[in-house]
Design a binder for this molecule. Structure first.
Ligand code: NAD
Length: 296
């Protein structure tokens, strides 16, 4: 299948390019940052907010499927207005172009931050957090992702030929980060695991970049499984913690205390059940296997 990937130079994008190429797809990556793509992948360097460059990329790739990852990927990394403008503008431009250029499916990266944790006023209705749980974004990045989900659903109302969806990857861990390279927050994975206060900022969620990439691939390979306009959590089965996080959640996020006992059996704070049952996704890489031999 001809696939256009935006943000292919990034942490998640690199795994997406590799997995799509391994599966025999004809892949074009477009990113504002240059990259050396995997063998067989064509890479364009372009700012997708430039409408001429966007149209050229779509004309070049003639995609049957689009995976949209490009954007500002970390909360507070850039000024708030820029984060909102870049992420929401890119999503509309890329997804609308996917429809215009007759792609059969298009999927965008959202984020669990849409739920709105890490503010003292956040009280979950229940745990684990599934896709039915209300979203209450409070920072510009989380709001931009909520708008991206709304963009997916708005554009889904305009087409019945291009299946649109959004995935919410957890804290993405690239292969080199398991091996000790600094993560997006500057610390290593082993440090994040050792200090619950670090992992608690994402409510202990994580996902291996290759597992997340497999889910993006599944979505475009099986549009018949995808709920048009659907949203799916893309997180590992377990929390990034040594053992159950019920007590730690109650201590570090006191407003979750009434519901944290639901996590006493070791389950993650976020549910991936929808992606498992509807899409047939099975994440296979856990911190336990990936950090084996690297932690005490
Ligand atoms: N990393 C995570 O933990 C995480 C978690 C949830 C969701 N996400 C989302 O997944 C996606 C990928 O995340 P990532 O960690 O790979 O981020 P990343 O920053 O490594 O990659 C994003 C890429 O987008 C490119 N980009 C930005 N603006 C662009 C533009 N105008 N035109 C073309 N390319 C542009 C960047 O150059 C970069 O290579 C993002 O949308 C992010 O918000 C990431």
């Amino acid at each position: 299948m001809r696939v256009l990937v935006t943000g292919g130079s990034g942490r998640l994008g690199r795994s997406v390019l590799s997995i799509l190429a391994d599966r025999g797809h004809q892949v074009t990556s477009v990113d504002i940052a240059p990259t050396t793509p995997p063998a067989g992948v064509s890479a364009l360097t372009a700012d997708l907010l430039d409408s001429t460059a966007l149209q050229e990329a779509f004309a070049h790739a003639a995609p049957e499927a689009v995976i949209h990852l490009a954007g500002i990927a970390v909360p507070f990394a850039r000024p708030d207005v820029e984060t909102l403008q870049v992420n929401t503008g890119l999503a509309w431009a890329v997804l609308a172009a996917a429809i215009e250029h007759r792609a059969h499916s298009a999927v965008a990266a959202s984020s669990p931050t849409v739920y709105g944790y890490n503010t003292p006023s956040w009280v979950p209705d229940y745990l684990p957090l599934d896709e039915e749980h209300p979203i209450r974004p409070w920072h510009a990045y989380g709001l931009s992702k909520a708008i991206i989900e709304q963009t997916v659903q708005a554009l889904a109302r305009t087409t019945d030929t291009c299946v649109l969806s959004a995935l919410r990857p957890g804290y993405v861990v690239a292969p080199e980060e398991w091996a000790g390279a600094p993560t997006q927050q500057g610390h290593t994975l082993a440090e994040r695991l050792a200090d619950p206060a670090l992992a608690a900022t994402s409510l202990f969620n994580y996902v291996d970049a290759r597992d997340a990439a497999e889910l993006f691939a599944l979505v475009i390979e099986h549009p018949e499984r995808v709920h048009h306009g659907g949203i799916y959590n893309a997180v590992a089965d377990d929390p990034l913690a040594h053992g159950p996080v019920d007590a730690t959640m109650a201590r570090l996020h006191p407003t979750t205390a009434p519901h944290s006992t639901a996590l006493a059996d070791g389950r993650a704070v976020f549910s991936n059940e929808r992606a498992r049952t509807e899409l047939g996704w099975t994440p296979t890489r856990t911190w336990r296997t990936q950090l084996e031999g690297r932690i005490g």
